[in-house]
Design a protein around this ligand. Sequence first.
Ligand code: NCD
Ligand code: ZN
Length: 341
Amino acid sequence: MNLLLPRGHDLHVHFRSYDSKLFPNVIGYTARRFSSALVMPNTSPNPILTGADADAYRHAILKVADDQGITGFTPLMTIQITESTTPKTIADAHTSGVVAGKVYPLGVTTNSGNGLTIPSLMRKHDVWQAMADVGMVLCLHGERPFSANEFCLQAEVSFLPTLQWLSKTFCLLKIVMEHVTTAEAVEEVLRLPNVYATITAHHLRLTLNDVIGGNLDPHAFCKPVAKTPEDRNALLLAATCGSDKIFFGSDSAPHTIESKHLSGCAGIFSAPHALECLAEVFEDEGKLDNLPKFLTAGAPVYNLPASTETITLERKEQEVPKVLHQVRPYRAGETLRWKVV
Ligand code: NCD
Ligand code: ZN
């Protein structure tokens, strides 16, 4: 039995810095399976802050894809919005083909030490307006900074008033609440007219139990951290119901086993088997028919052409390797029911 899926869009992925060892090794997993991917700008030590940075990063990504014989893949570039971002930064980035600006609230996740506090985010009126003017998407890591005395499990829900303010004040700005993890966030996204959300493959399966319920599992740890079974069920419903507002963003975020163990870095490397994992989840929900929609619903938000190519999955068991490129991939050592042909 085969499953034919569109070669759709992974609208949130981390390829890492182009001088890192991971960079040439992780791109192919995404580029072979998706026609485009939104590439996150939180590279270290040099984040992607301008159109020129994004241009150089795009060329490096396309060179890796080309060297590996991959065609038909478009990296969609982002810049990080920091204190120094101005309307001119936005206009220049737009000219360079950057499609989105990403906000990391200060200190909430990997490489976000240059992120914005909530008050500074609320002061950047001219930047949000400039983005709305050129049709650039605002991507939010929607967690309130811990520096604001935030409790980590509450950080996403505490960010929702800021999301509401942005949505209402800049009603022509397209806003994507990235990797939502709570029932409350899903409800807000569905309610606010100019707001969309991505959901990862891992948040459709994991709960906090998988992270800290038994022995601590650093490889199940990501930001925002997986929440309660009720939250997970709300995400499942939102992802599989065929919504126009909710689409796939893997948030595949590789960290070496060593850095996971030594520094407890947040991030799950899901790119190698993301499609197979999604097929399992949608099948278990009896919603396989809606998986193509989840893989393509983001296209209008980013003005992407309709997917014409397909990816075939066959019903064949495969074991996920325990280690890939010194990283433990999502579901390492487990047997999956589907396999990309
Ligand atoms: C991401 C990373 O490692 O860059 N980590 C994560 O846990 N998701 C950053 C992010 O998207 O939060
Ligand atoms: Zn991410």
